[in-house]
Design a protein around this ligand. Sequence first.
Ligand SMILES: *Cc1c(COP(=O)(O)O)cnc(C)c1O
Length: 411
Amino acid sequence: MSDEKVPFLDLVTVHRGLQDEFVDVLKTALSTAGFIGGPMVQGFEQDFAQFCESRICVGLGSGTDALRFALIAAGIRSGDIVVTVPNTFIATTEAISQAGAHPDFVDIDERTYNMDPGKLRQYLEKDCTWDAGTKRAYHKRSGSPVTAVVPVHLYGQMADMDPILDLAAKYNLKVIEDACQAHGAEYFSKKENRWRKAGSMGHAAAFSFYPGKNLGALGEAGAMTTGDEQLAQTCRLLRDHGQSKKYFHDIEGYNGRLDAIQAGFLRAKLRHLKKWNGQRREIAKRYNQLFAGTEGSITLPHEPDWSRSVYHLYVLRVADRVQLQKQLDEAGIGTGIHYPIALHLTKAYEGLGFRAGDFPVAEKAVSQILSLPLFPDLTSRQQDRVVATVLKSLSVASSLSGLSGSSGLSG
Ligand SMILES: *Cc1c(COP(=O)(O)O)cnc(C)c1O
């Protein structure tokens, strides 16, 4: 076998065939001096809304802007509680805090790593009291109203949205999808008896076009999608200092616009996204096949029959993650951990008063997950090398544990 290095992510190969299109975008921007807003942004917004099967898209500066603006525009106010999961990128909770609300958490499903709707139900039924007058659930300990939930479609797979939307309707919660890793992911809604796209199910959804995402800009970019024209209009104000027209500020806003050239690059790349997502799904399927039979030592990604994941990441779970990651690193194979610390235990949130053990499913997953190389241009040869190295590392580990077991030293 060759000793060719395998990067975790390759953002060079994917852009090779697109250079002419990118140059055209730049030329258009230079010849029209259209750098902010304008037809390239509007064109991308239309195309991306259509891709997401959502009515409206508003182009923004980042996924974090999208989450923050969507929460504010959905009416989340200072002192509210917004519920999400502990195993997400910190942008999810940063946006909640920056909208003025308090982030709170419910635990995840052990197999999908996404929000467990049963845990959300428990939270609303047991940890909150319902006030029929204000039509709000109030968190018992803090007395604060719970006004929104942010399900995160982690690793490219949608959260189990039907029961989450049912609970949100029952408890009068806004639902803001964090779809920053899930461009094109699909969910089969039993209630509607049809497949739904990520970004089309909640009151609003946030997408990131950070370069490594399934659809990545050549810099920073993001967008929100919604079916609600009022909410979209507020996001348009928020992204542009609250201006309804130049220097007439209806509200205080932010600088959160999408650059025209990034919109142009994204529009060119969006035409390939379906193909790229298909390639990701094929690569994930091949990983599953090559790892078949190792279920005792490796937990493979679980895709329920109601889900079509776009595999932003291919995440394994093993008992000794440290050892496996070290051996892959020594073999020149890139890996990642998404994410190494559950947010309720991260330093920035020490002040929130959570403890180890509060969200045991997420905490255990966080200690065992490892993301393998997965990008549309990953070759079969590279993939074979990753799989062989993983299997070698695990067979060494299992023979070692067998040894200590038989000598009575395990424990
Ligand atoms: C990338 C990401 C974000 C933030 O997006 P930016 O564009 O980097 O601001 C938010 N949530 C999740 C789950 C992400 O993966």
